[in-house]
Design a protein. Structure first.
Ligand SMILES: CC(C)(COP(=O)(O)OP(=O)(O)OC[C@H]1O[C@@H](n2cnc3c(N)ncnc32)[C@H](O)[C@@H]1OP(=O)(O)O)[C@@H](O)C(=O)NCCC(=O)NCCS
Length: 193
């Protein structure tokens, strides 16, 4: 790809996105403290694959997520109202060994139960379909994580296989591009000017 086009594409991937209730800001170092606070909520940590034990321990977790802001898309989630309180994070990692695009999301418990994770994921997926030629997206959840499974099923994901991660069972969910296009095709696409 020509350098100018590569820069355009990277800028496009890390656009700020909005939904009816949320504002998705490209994840940056400045979000670290607030995001660590969300990771530290016991109800959130219960289902995390990588649980930080301190702010220092969170540094490489944040650093890894930041690497994906430009390449895949990774956002800090805020209320659209302008409230500066960070609600969570949504975006894409690369699941090894084949570097399959992996949807990952978490929200502060104060924001649970109102469809906000689904809204954030749908917007991120709609953006991904525009920015990337991915043929699929995967996600990894603990079998007891009913809320995350609910989000994934609504978005067109189904179980592909059972894994063991950090000594505990985890399920690999997968959605082909066609299923995602059907489910997220009508996600609001208005971007901030
Ligand atoms: C997973 C998480 C983001 C969900 O956030 P949320 O905003 O409450 O999710 P939504 O409201 O968009 O959707 C959750 C769905 O699961 C359903 N659900 C919630 N709890 C459930 C339960 N205990 N049993 C069955 N279904 C449940 C909800 O009813 C909803 O489906 P519906 O819209 O059909 O009613 C949030 O619980 C979280 O951050 N958990 C900790 C981190 C995590 O697990 N991340 C996912 C790892 S990939």
């Amino acid at each position: 790809m020509a350098p100018a086009r590569a820069v355009d594409r990277a800028n496009r991937i890390r656009e700020t996105l909005v939904t009816p209730r949320l504002r998705l800001e490209p994840l940056s170092e400045s979000h670290g403290d607030a995001l660590y606070a969300v990771y530290s909520e016991p109800a959130v940590g219960r289902f995390l694959m990588t649980r930080p034990s301190s702010r220092e321990d969170f540094r490489p977790i944040l650093h890894r997520a930041l690497l994906f802001t430009a390449s895949h898309g990774m956002w800090a989630v805020f209320p659209r109202s302008g409230d500066p309180r960070l609600l969570g994070r949504v975006g894409f990692f690369a699941y090894s060994p084949a570097a399959r695009p992996e949807l990952a999301f978490l929200l502060s418990p104060s924001a649970w139960g109102r469809g906000l994770a689904t809204e954030a994921c749908r917007r991120a997926l709609a953006h991904a379909l525009v920015c990337h030629s991915w043929t699929e997206v995967v996600a990894i959840v603990r079998p007891a994580n009913s809320a995350a499974i609910g989000v994934l099923r609504k978005l067109g994901f189904a179980v592909e296989s059972r894994l063991v991660l950090a000594g505990q069972p985890a399920d690999l969910y997968q959605a082909p591009r066609t299923a995602l296009a059907e489910r997220v095709g009508d996600a609001p696409r208005e971007d901030l000017a």
